[in-house]
Design a protein around this ligand. Structure first.
Ligand code: CA
Length: 363
């Protein structure tokens, strides 16, 4: 948006408030919307708050695509509200939007887990198939309807990494008594296998791991983990994450505010979010591949997958933990059934398409 347009809009805002107009009037006689979006991540965080496909990039795309008609001010965690109060703030209408991950809201509704990542879940391609074309977004909105909110995907990290361990994990027995930073449902799974689970915010992981307050930690992937310096505190980097196979970022929107947007601005928000979903994941591909090369070749990290029998035990416990949540809540069952039915079809197709390409053709 040009400086002239910005000055016009700010003058229009002043004139509107003086005259008590119900909505600000845009240059072309269209209503002007000035919204706030909070985030669960601090200002400047790569992927979440800064860079291609981030919350800041999303707001910029919406401003440009709407020709300035929908202007969203972005706030990092702690700037307007604390990190994990986005759900309540959007619900109350204190802010119109929040940018985070749905699994932070599992205390409000356990079904929310499925809109971020479930252990042993779908990859980026498959989860997008479910969300956009398999009824996933409709279910997301159904889950949030009682709270007066709507949601959509607006980013994805791709597969995360299992995490950093000070000692080698050779068998399930090595997990017993291990103090590990890991949030959410995956933490419950580890706890069932004897892990002493700790939940720490990102900024506290490195000092805790370095001082031995914890023995292991997961965060995101090579780029984000290296930024925290985790490679300086633990030597073993267990790779492809069983716990988060494609972690979806959530754009959460107050339904009353959403309903006031004209259809074309709703389309701007939906399409800008879909663009950020793809663009953020594309950024992760490059950032993570470069960081992983550096970690292995320059920083001498030992990178490998978890042993097969450990994966098997984690899978068995995951099934129990997911079943417990389903037994307690019919909505969670409805979402689980839809997710797993889509996954079963997608897995069969993937075996003879993507997976076959990687294992039999690519070379
Ligand atoms: Ca993670």
């Amino acid at each position: 948006m040009s400086l002239v347009r910005r000055q016009f809009l700010s003058r229009a805002a002043v004139a509107g408030s003086v005259l008590g107009a119900p909505a600000l009037v845009h240059a072309q006689g269209k209503a002007q919307f000035n919204w706030k979006m909070t985030s669960a991540y601090p200002k400047g965080s790569p992927f979440y708050m800064a860079g291609p496909g981030s919350a800041t990039d999303l707001a910029k795309r919406i401003l440009e695509m709407s020709d300035g008609q929908l202007n969203i001010q972005v706030f990092g965690a702690g700037e307007l509200i604390p990190a994990f109060e986005g759900f309540d703030a959007v619900r109350a209408g204190t802010v119109e939007m929040n940018h985070a991950n749905a699994y932070f809201w599992t205390g409000k509704t356990s079904a929310a887990q499925y809109f971020t990542a479930v252990p042993f879940g779908m990859n980026f391609q498959a989860v997008n198939g479910w969300l956009y074309d398999g009824g996933g977004i409709d279910l997301w909105n159904e889950v949030y309807a009682p709270f007066g909110m709507v949601a959509m995907p607006c980013g994805n990290t791709g597969v995360q990494m299992t995490g950093w361990f000070k000692k080698e994990i050779k068998s399930v027995a090595d997990l017993k008594g291990l103090k590990m930073r890991i949030p959410g449902l995956a933490g419950k799974v580890y706890a069932n296998l004897g892990v002493d689970v700790k939940v720490l915010p990102g900024g506290e992981i490195f000092p805790a791991l370095e001082r031995g307050v914890i023995d292991a930690a997961e965060f995101v992937g090579p780029f984000q983990d290296r930024r925290l310096g985790l490679q300086k505190a633990a030597k073993y980097y267990y790779t492809t994450g069983w716990h988060e196979s494609a972690t979806v970022s959530e754009l959460l929107i107050n339904k009353a505010a959403w309903d006031k947007l004209p259809k074309h601005l709703q389309a701007v928000v939906s399409n800008a979010s879909a663009a950020c979903n793809v663009i953020s994941e594309a950024w992760c591909q490059k950032a993570n591949s470069e960081a992983m090369d550096d970690l292995v070749n320059n920083q001498k990290v030992i990178a490998r997958p978890l042993p097969a029998d450990v994966i098997k035990a984690l899978r068995a416990e995951t099934e129990k933990v997911l079943a417990e949540a389903v037994a307690k809540d019919p909505m969670t069952k409805k979402v689980r059934d839809s997710y797993m039915a889509y996954k079963a079809k997608s897995d069969r197709w993937s075996e003879i398409s993507e997976e076959a390409y990687h294992t039999q053709v690519r070379g």
